[in-house]
Ligand binder design. Structure first.
Ligand code: IPM
Ligand code: MN
Length: 370
């Protein structure tokens, strides 16, 4: 029997992106060897340096090219010599939109041995998933500036959501609850009464129905209309400001949080710091019917470029998420277990320069543990 081969497009990107990507690939290959499949990687230099050299942010056929792959692994986008917005919009957001990666999946999970700024909270309290809508809302760029540069100038940027976008995101989030729990192993935040009622987990819609009475009204109505399709999921609603508060005070109240693009961007940085920071926070831009792109949620950390001090675990965990999406769940779990071994026993800190090991040593340790 021939080994299964997955075609992976690698976009190392800017700053420390390439360094963490090397370590992610190292651990992915270790998992592939162990579980009997092959990753056929092709690297693309679509990054800030190429833009500075050529003036081209992304080739016109980039999305078409990437559609030929099974998945995309991305390091980081953002170059100190390029005006903010050009690369982010021109590479990252463009790919998310053109490949219709309508879900941004961001686990908030505190691993053993990792320090959290939340008092008295341990891994059993911080373990939830944020499903951030990834192609709509304030990110569509709908709006404009008129009378620019005058005292009368007006800027508008609209939060745009179609029912279609909202429904497909909500359905994905409902299914996410089902994939995290089972009848025999329900989410531990449920009450006896919920379990009696057949619930196995909870989905919290994070919105702002008291002010954004159009957009989040649509989200809320859609959620309650779809809920009967998922009788095992308990539905819950929380305003975004209160969500931030509870993410700090009582993170154990959350199982799956679903929200729009802008709120999702903001609350996942808060979530990331509660799980140990950008060094460990992973994510995936997912098109469940197409090609998905996996990236650490932090930026390119230019000041640490080339020093070998950046934490590669976020990139490594993003690689694990990629394997899960490809259907290699056991290999994905093996990477995660190896990461847990390293965070519990070896790493002093998740912060750049404070790990007690270099970037490549951390990658080596994870690969070895696999
Ligand atoms: C993220 C980033 C991006 C976003 C930026 C770089 C465009 O902050 O992935 O969270 O806002 O989505
Ligand atoms: Mn962000």
């Amino acid at each position: 029997m021939s080994r299964k081969t997955y075609k992976i497009a690698v976009l190392p990107g800017d700053g420390t992106g390439p360094e963490v990507t090397v370590e992610a690939i190292k651990t992915l290959n270790a998992a592939a060897a162990k579980f009997g499949f092959t990753l056929d990687m092709t690297t693309f230099d679509w990054d800030g340096n190429r833009y500075l050299r050529t003036g081209v942010v992304l080739p016109d056929n980039a999305a078409e090219t990437l559609r030929q792959f099974d998945a995309i692994l991305l390091g980081a986008i953002g170059h100190p010599d390029v005006k903010p917005g050009i690369l982010e919009k021109g590479i990252l957001l463009k790919l998310r939109f053109e490949l219709d990666q309508y879900i941004n999946l961001r686990p908030v999970k505190l691993y053993p041995g990792v320090e959290t700024p939340l008092k008295d909270k341990t891994p059993e309290h911080i373990d939830y998933m944020v499903v951030r809508e990834n192609t709509g809302g304030l990110y569509t760029g709908t709006g404009g500036i008129s009378m620019k540069g005058t005292a009368n100038e007006v800027a508008v940027q609209s939060m745009v959501y179609s029912r279609f976008q909202v429904e497909r995101c909500l359905r994905y989030a409902f299914k996410q609850v089902l994939s995290r729990h089972s009848k025999s192993k329900p989410w531990k935040g449920l009450s006896e009464k919920d379990i009696q009622a057949g619930k196995i987990g909870q989905m919290t819609l994070c919105g702002k129905t008291n002010v954004l009475t159009f957009v989040y009204d649509l989200w809320e109505r859609a959620m309650y209309e779809i809920a009967p399709e998922f009788p095992q999921v308990k539905t819950d609603y929380c305003h975004v400001d209160a969500t931030c508060m509870w993410m700090v005070k009582n993170p154990e109240w959350f199982d799956v949080i679903v929200t729009g693009n802008m709120f999702g961007d903001i609350i996942t940085d808060l979530g990331a710091i509660t799980q140990g920071g950008m060094g460990i926070a992973a994510g995936g831009n997912i098109n469940p019917e197409g090609v998905s792109m996996f990236e650490p949620i932090g930026g390119s950390a230019p000041k640490y470029t080339g020093m070998g001090v950046i934490n590669p675990l976020a990139a490594i965990c993003s690689g694990a998420m990629m394997l899960n999406e490809l259907g290699e769940g056991r290999a994905s779990d093996a990477i995660e277990q190896a990461v847990i071994e390293i965070t519990s026993a070896k790493l002093k800190s998740m912060a750049a320069g404070k790990m007690g090991f270099s970037t490549s040593q951390v990658g080596d340790m994870v690969a070895e543990a696999i």
